[in-house]
Every structure is written in C-alpha cells, then in structure tokens.
Design a protein around this ligand. Structure first.
Ligand code: SF4
Length: 110
C-alpha cells in the first residue's frame, strides 16, 4: 500500500515528524488499519504556508504524490485554528484535489 503524509507547515515549526513516522513504521494509531499489508511511504509533504493556498509549488507537490502512485494520503494536524479544530480550507482543497485523482484520504496520522 503506497501512502503519503501531508501536514500543516505551521505545525511543522514545532514538529519533527517523529510521531507520524513512529505511527507509520509501527503500524499504530491511524496506520493500524493496514495490518499485515506491506506499506511504503511515498511522500512526507507540507503545505506552502498560510496565504499561499494551492499555489504552483503546492500543486506540483500534490501532482508528485499522485504520480508516485499513492493510494492513500493521511492528513496530519491541519487545523486553521487549533482551538476549534476546524480543518484548514487549503488542506481541504488539497485533499479534494487528491481525492479527485483517485487518492483516498484519511484524516489523522497519530
Ligand atoms: S495554510 Fe493551513 S495547513 Fe497550511 S500552514 Fe496555514 S493553517 Fe496550516
């Protein structure tokens, strides 16, 4: 199963990606669903920051995720407002784009 992880650049200021990768490598938390199915990480990407939207560079990254044959993309912490937990519209648009190109979306990594 080819899997990508897409995260919020703002969250990345304090995030080494370790918890996502620990969950991916150990098939725990939101990766538990894959059981004995072999998994391969195709991409570990971030958005291009608040205000950038789906700019040319971000679209390039999304297209690369698709071109790599990614079957599922897990969204990490992608909330516009950490208090309300409302999903950032840029990430929603990115998820919709991936979904339209056949990539299944799972909200959550760990
Ligand atoms: S655009 Fe959204 S996902 Fe990207 S850094 Fe800003 S809040 Fe995070």
């Amino acid at each position: 199963m080819k899997i990508a992880i897409l995260n919020c650049l703002k969250a990345n200021e304090v995030c080494a990606g370790a918890a996502c990768l620990t969950a991916f490598n150990g098939k725990s938390r939101n990766f538990e669903r894959y059981g004995d199915t072999p998994t391969e990480l195709t991409a570990f990407a971030r958005c291009n920051g608040c205000g950038a939207g789906i700019d040319g560079g971000f679209k390039e990254k999304l297209d690369r995720i698709i071109d790599e044959g990614t079957e599922v993309c897990h969204l990490g912490v992608c909330t516009k407002d950490f208090r309300t937990k409302e999903e950032c519209p840029t990430i929603t648009a990115a998820a919709d784009y991936l979904s339209e190109h056949g990539v299944q979306i799972v909200r959550g990594t760990h």
